[in-house]
Design a protein. Structure first.
Length: 315
């Protein structure tokens, strides 16, 4: 999550503890949902008949500092207590160590509205599922400085990964790295012929490293260029979603847009390009919305109030 945004959103719910992050340009969103069975004890608190459970956000660096050295923590810490105190405006984390030592960290937080990307993976035209190790070994061939990678289908059922090259770049001065993965290297393949998407590689590497360490298969849901790509990890006690914006294709923009993997949202305004901001539901009472520097890849969209009026969804 630290590769996504500078703030960590915590929301205890009846279905588990949710940790979320979004980047400043609203082009990347990640969510980790830990089920109650993941914890030795889980109490989400109580909400009134007309109120929801309390949620907050903290600075990512402050939270990471508590779990800085995982190998030493696994040897010395027996359990960790996470306690949310709304009245004191504090998030308390207690590390119960050996020999009766208890380390208590009090983090200041800010109240916030719910942060959620609305999407429907069932409505995506293409779906890939593979062991994380296969994809992690594939992206090793790309340099760490590479910003975007293109995932596409090839004749014969092969899946290709290629570094993205801008059209303005001179072919003779640009190095192109492309590799193909056979269909039998995936657990399941259901893709539209000739489909391809381009997305950021940094966030994808972060999810791959977590999936590989957790030994979980990674599922990729995507549609036409310009529509978000959704990466998912599923376990009995953990549910992970990573939603990334993709580069729009000029040819596909001239055609009529499809409904893709996002539902129950107003149609995006014609004044802005189609990106993940169309599907982000993020309101903040303390700051009035996050604004940051423009992404070098994806444009920043802050919809005007007139653009946010709900429209009837067509069949």
């Amino acid at each position: 999550l630290s590769r996504i945004g500078d703030e960590l959103y915590l929301e205890p719910t009846e279905s588990g503890l949710s940790l979320r992050a979004v980047n400043s340009s609203r082009s990347a969103f990640a969510s980790f949902l830990f089920a109650p069975l993941f914890f030795q004890l889980y109490e989400p608190g109580s909400a009134g008949p007309d109120t929801e459970l309390f949620r907050c956000k903290v600075h990512m660096k402050s939270f990471l500092g508590i779990f800085r050295s995982l190998p030493s923590l696994e040897k010395s810490v027996g359990k960790c207590l996470i306690l949310l105190k709304p009245r004191a405006n504090r998030l308390v984390l207690q590390l119960h160590c050996k020999y009766g030592v208890t380390k208590t960290h009090n983090l200041a937080f800010q109240e916030c509205e719910r942060l959620q990307a609305v999407f429907d993976t069932q409505r995506c035209a293409s779906r890939l599922c593979a062991p994380a190790r296969v994809l992690a070994e594939a992206v090793v061939h790309f340099p760490l400085t590479l910003a975007e990678v293109t995932l596409g289908t090839c004749p014969g059922g092969k899946i290709s990964l290629r570094n993205y090259v801008e059209e303005e770049a001179e072919p003779s001065k640009t190095m192109v790295t492309e590799l193909w993965l056979a269909e039998d290297e995936f657990q399941s393949v259901a893709v539209a012929p000739g489909s391809h998407i381009t997305f950021c590689l940094k966030e994808f590497r972060g999810l791959l490293s977590f999936a590989e360490a957790s030994n979980l298969p990674l599922t990729i849901h995507f549609d036409e260029p310009g529509r978000p790509v959704i990466f998912t990890l599923d376990d009995t006690v953990l549910e992970v979603h990573l939603v990334l914006a993709t580069l729009s294709d000029l040819e596909s923009n001239s055609q009529s847009p499809s409904t893709n993997g996002v539902s129950h949202l107003p149609a995006p305004s014609d004044d802005f390009p189609d990106d993940l901001e169309s599907y982000m539901v993020a309101m903040e009472t303390s700051e009035g919305g996050l604004e940051g520097p423009h992404s070098p890849t994806f444009p920043l969209r802050i919809p005007r109030p007139a653009d946010c009026e709900p429209e009837e969804e067509e069949e």
